[in-house]
Design a protein around this ligand. Structure first.
Ligand SMILES: Cc1ncc(C[n+]2csc(CCOP(=O)(O)OP(=O)(O)O)c2C)c(N)n1
Ligand SMILES: [Mg+2]
Length: 318
């Protein structure tokens, strides 16, 4: 991987982390008029998967989707404003956290129905194939969603029709309060690809380079017309299922242990070791991202709520 890509991955992860931490504060201050499911600890997945994608490729996402949107190219200010229900958000403030859409950059929705984005990405892949393009559709979903019927139906159809779809299972070890060990029949969800005759890989989702390598291969395969791939990224949900979750179903020690696998710390150390990043470049990056987050929060804060008449308009403001 070249240094530009390596630094871009670090920047994407940091932008996601800092935007999520800012949203946690906004939530505590009553500025988020909906539940907030944050992505802290899983940044390596969104960054690594989206890096080899083009602007005209599409993603579908979940209730935990802010990071996917940022990695795919949605402006941070539009994302934060939407989550705060403001008219300057990507959907005019009428969608919120679980309905973030921006087709111009290929964000085809964060979707609150668990597993709901999987058939949607499959349909996008079918359209892309029928239009004879080499575009690619990606579906992000959780370990819980991998036990939903929509997952199995979609993988089968995508395999039969050789659709250009990449199914990305973010195994963060929990679905709400249920540990993956209690809900899932296999140790590695990646092996489920074999049931549909497609490649299925399991990678360390906290290692952005491993995610990026798997994504690059799957994207090349999809563009070449060779069909879908399942990628399981093993990671950890550092925060509760939602902001305010008391997390009584897991120990503090478990979370502390998982924090040692922080994907940003890992990649920063890799880049420092290989002389691609020094202290001053890191400080400059942190400062730049802090400024972006501050500006995005101010933008959201100063924007008005949608006017009542906008409820009857189909789209938000451009
Ligand atoms: C069809 C459906 N069933 C149940 C729910 C309630 N629900 C919301 S999130 C969630 C857990 C999802 O777990 P997972 O797919 O692992 O994603 P994660 O929250 O870990 O990112 C559940 C059961 C829902 N939103 N939709
Ligand atoms: Mg999960």
């Amino acid at each position: 991987m070249d240094t530009t890509t390596a630094l871009k991955l670090l920047e994407t992860m940091l932008r996601i982390r800092k935007a999520e931490l800012a949203l946690a504060v906004l939530y505590r201050n009553g500025k988020v008029p909906c539940a907030a499911h944050l992505y802290e600890g899983q940044e390596g997945v969104a960054a690594g998967i989206c890096a080899p994608l083009r602007l005209d490729d599409c993603i579908t996402s979940t209730h935990r989707g802010h990071g996917h949107c940022l990695a795919k190219g949605m402006a941070m200010r539009e994302m934060i404003a939407e989550v705060c229900g403001k008219s300057s958000g990507c959907c005019g403030g009428k969608g919120g956290t679980m309905h973030l859409f921006k087709p111009e950059v290929g964000v085809m929705g964060t979707i609150g129905i668990v597993g709901g984005g999987i058939p949607l990405a499959t349909g996008l892949g079918l359209a892309m194939k029928m239009q004879k393009t080499d575009r690619v559709a990606v579906s992000f979903f959780g370990d819980g969603a991998a036990n939903n019927g929509a997952f199995h139906e979609s993988l089968n159809l995508a395999a039969v029709w050789k659709l250009p779809v990449i199914y990305v299972c973010e195994n963060n070890l929990y679905a709400t309060s249920v540990s993956v060990n209690r809900s899932t029949s296999v140790a590695d969800i990646g092996i489920r690809g074999a049931a549909y005759g497609i490649p299925g890989v399991t990678v360390d989702g906290n290692r952005v380079d491993a995610v990026y390598a798997a994504a690059t291969e799957a994207v090349a395969r999809a563009r070449a017309g060779d069909g879908p791939t399942l990628i399981e990224c093993k990671t950890y949900r550092i925060r509760g299922h939602f902001e305010g979750d008391d997390c009584l179903y897991r120990s503090k020690e478990e979370v502390a242990e998982a924090r040692k696998q922080d994907p940003i710390d890992y990649w920063r150390a890799c880049l420092t070791r290989t002389n691609q990043l020094d202290e001053s470049a890191w400080s400059a990056l942190v400062e730049r991202v802090d400024q972006e987050v501050e500006e995005a929060v101010r933008f959201a804060d100063e924007s008005p709520l949608p006017a009542p008449r906008e409820a009857l308009e189909l789209t938000g403001k451009p």
